[in-house]
Design a protein around this ligand. Sequence first.
Ligand code: GAP
Length: 444
Amino acid sequence: MANVSVMDKLVSLAKRRGFVFQSSEIYGGLGSVWDYGPLGVELKRNIKDRWWRSMVLAREDVEGLDAGILMHPRVWEASGHVAGFTDPLVDCKQCKNRFRADDERIKGTPGEPTAQCPVCGTKGTLTAPRLFNLMFKTFMGPVEEDAAVVFLRPETAQGIYVNYLNVLQSSRQKVPFGIAQIGKAFRNEITPGNFIFRTREFEQMEMQFFVKPGTDDHWFEYWREERMRWLGNLGLNPDKLRFHRHTADELAHYAKDAYDIEYEFPFGWKEFEGIHNRTDFDLRRHQEYSGKRLEYFDQPANERFLPYVVETSIGADRLALVVLIDAYREEEVKGETRVVLRLHPALAPIKAGVFPLVNKDGMPEAARGVYDGLQGRFSVFYDDGGAIGRRYRRQDEAGTPFGITIDGQTIDDRTVTVRDRDTLAQERVGIDRLDGYLAERLGG
Ligand code: GAP
């Protein structure tokens, strides 16, 4: 029960402080869609920026892409999603609830008279499993007919495969090289839940690395290590991170080998990133379905081949949840409990709070000056409401790494105190040094 309450506390903090709200809340909410508030949008943007910078800007061999959410319907036939992106679904004829057939709470075999509904407890009311496609359908153009059906993409990867030749030719890259993309994906999940862990609309950060067949095992290992290293650099607790290698029956239809990176959530070890060796499955299928040759010509070797693909795929929302859970602490400070998010400074939505100690004696004016000097370069927050201790607590809950207090001494010598969120140490820093002081500590 203690674990459940950590999630409850986090959900409530996320709402109270403006990280995450339920979608369409005033209408009673929309199942498993969430909206990011002022702090949440900054957190997620910082996560995406950091991924993009390391994946695209810091590398010569990876290019960026932003493909459409709607794609030609044949894409999803070629990719195998129309035929195979399904979950087995079970209905209870009594209470009308729906479950995945592999729901651990179901007792017995669905469809048999002894099987028991986990919600209403009736026996024999569960239907035999039937396959349910997870892709959202909509219509293109004004006529709602079968010929006009298009899908909301369930993964961003396919936008990369169908643009692989365009990117290759326009960027003049050579294999091995990668294409990275951040964007929305949609899945009509049967059992979404655990806050932003599994939702029906979410964002993926995916990179497809195109390699020569035969070198795929090497690149698979490379990206596996690289991704774990990147996650470690976010300051996540290493004891809560692990790899899980897919067994033969877990492997997706396209994969030769796959590792999940799992985090120990309060509801158990769960995947939040996948590294997949997708072989030439996707390019081969697109070549077949489109009739366009997608082979790469290796000039020095005078050889043509269809590249293999090593994929890294992580959900921005799911990573945001990992980051929030990992950062959440309740600590005793001077006999009081403080709630603090020990977010990596680069991910923190607000970098520094600026506080006049009291609202008189020139302090608000000096504090405004400090605030104006930092705003624009850093995301800073001005707060002159209530006792200074309470103002610190509010920023602790928001994960703000620094608190800058303007006091009587500031007026005399133009120094301020900078309080460190984690150590609570306070240091006097000259106003003219603040910019560099923060930049140094927020950088990496
Ligand atoms: N292109 C490969 C692919 O999509 P996946 O394992 O189905 O692989 C990759 O998804 C990542 O996307 C997951 O590890 C997770 O972080 C995120 N993800 C998938 N489904 C999600 C959902 N319903 N809600 C939130 N994130 C999801």
